[in-house]
Design a protein around this ligand. Structure first.
Ligand SMILES: [Zn+2]
Length: 151
């Protein structure tokens, strides 16, 4: 299988000041990628995240939900109380997959199953991401100088 197209949409930098504190995870999300495989299959919402050791790719995922025993409302895994009726969720529902935390609360919707393909895919996406970042910083400076000339 081959990656035949990669589109990367950079995320606008998040302002550090102002109301509504952002969680660190939101600051680290740098871009969304849309990838085409073999000219015929598209996966959207692949994330580029700035990690401690450089950017890496996270596959699209959804939050796993757990139904409340009383009202059947589907709550995020990790919640201790039902958002709808306020009843306490059983501890088993809090961490159904042994390992607690972020990993068990999110499940990949689509993902490579071999390490080779994961690396290949990540390299393809990060190439475009880096190119897009360079283009953007250059674009900003050239439009700035254009504005100066207008004045
Ligand atoms: Zn409930």
């Amino acid at each position: 299988m081959e990656v035949t197209d990669v589109r990367v949409a950079l995320r606008a930098p998040v302002a550090r000041t102002g109301a509504g504190e952002r969680r660190p995870g939101e600051q680290r999300l740098k871009a969304y990628a849309t990838v085409t495989f073999d000219h015929c299959f598209v996966v959207r919402n692949i994330k580029v995240i700035e990690g401690r050791h450089g950017p890496f790719v996270a596959m699209p995922s959804h939050k796993t939900k757990v139904a409340c025993g009383r009202c059947q409302f589907k709550n995020d895994v990790g919640s201790r109380f039902c958002v709808q009726c306020g009843s306490r969720l059983p501890p088993a529902a809090v961490a159904p997959e042994a390992e607690a935390g972020e990993a068990s609360a999110h499940r990949d919707i689509a993902h490579p199953i071999t390490a080779e393909f994961r690396q290949y895919l990540q390299a393809k996406i990060l190439d475009v991401y880096e190119a897009e970042r360079t283009k953007t910083t250059m674009g900003v400076s050239s439009s700035l100088s254009a504005a100066h000339e207008a004045i």
